[in-house]
Design a protein around this ligand. Structure first.
Ligand code: OGA
Ligand code: MN
Length: 211
């Protein structure tokens, strides 16, 4: 596949920065081309079939535990330098990191992300992405990897945005949602089919309380 380039001054990245400044969140329905979404989805499915995804935990450090009544997804953290498609995604997100630093002065230093698979019926209860004991996560970004998702199959990301009605996003392949980690409570509703995504967090400098 032809490698996709996105520099920090790409119009779609500037739009995300503007949205975050104005509203604290952004939704880009066609963020990456179908070919890249498809390749990332195939890589996620390959890892799931190889048994590499593990039940996601809640919390940090010693308090971390698997609680399926809170979240029922299976995840694997991404490492750079493993597969070309994942490196492409990480490179795009690094450009977004630089765009965010230029526009929002957040001092974002790194990006951590994982593949996530929600089996049918799995959900993630309402939560904030910033931990009480570790406030390095500043901006959350979720890229959906479900090319043929149909409205009515569930699996929406539901965001609670102040006084408005909650905003629901269908996890349609190629769609990217970005929001301020400490400010937007959200949840994942159950779906009637597998739901795949790449979820990640831009973090600022700080001490790891659980090195
Ligand atoms: C998370 C999360 C949202 C989604 O992993 O913290 O909220 O739509 N994911 O997958
Ligand atoms: Mn979350």
């Amino acid at each position: 596949m032809h490698a996709m380039q996105m520099t920090p001054d790409h119009p779609v990245l500037l739009r995300i920065v503007d949205d975050l400044v104005a509203h604290g969140w952004s939704q880009q329905s066609v963020f990456v081309p179908d070919a890249l979404t498809g390749a990332l989805a195939a890589e996620c499915r390959r890892r799931a079939a190889a048994g590499e995804l593990e039940p996601a935990a809640v919390g940090r450090g010693p308090a971390q535990e698997v609680r399926e009544k809170v979240r029922g997804d299976r995840i694997q953290w991404l490492e750079p330098g493993q597969v070309e498609v994942c490196d492409q995604y990480l490179s795009i997100m690094d450009s977004l990191r630089m765009a965010l630093n230029r526009g929002l002065f957040l001092g974002l230093e790194d990006f951590e992300s994982h593949f996530a698979q929600y089996p049918p019926g799995a959900f993630y209860r309402r939560h904030l992405d910033r931990f009480r004991d570790d406030d390095r996560r500043m901006v959350s970004a979720v890229l959906y990897l479900n090319p043929d998702w149909q409205a009515g199959q569930g699996g929406q990301l539901r965001m609670y945005l102040g006084n408005d009605q909650p905003h629901d996003v269908d996890p349609v392949g190629g769609c990217l949602v970005v929001f301020l980690s400490g400010e937007v409570p959200h949840e994942v509703l159950p779906a009637c089919r597998d739901r795949l995504s790449l979820t990640g967090w831009f973090r600022r400098r700080g001490d790891d309380p659980f090195p």
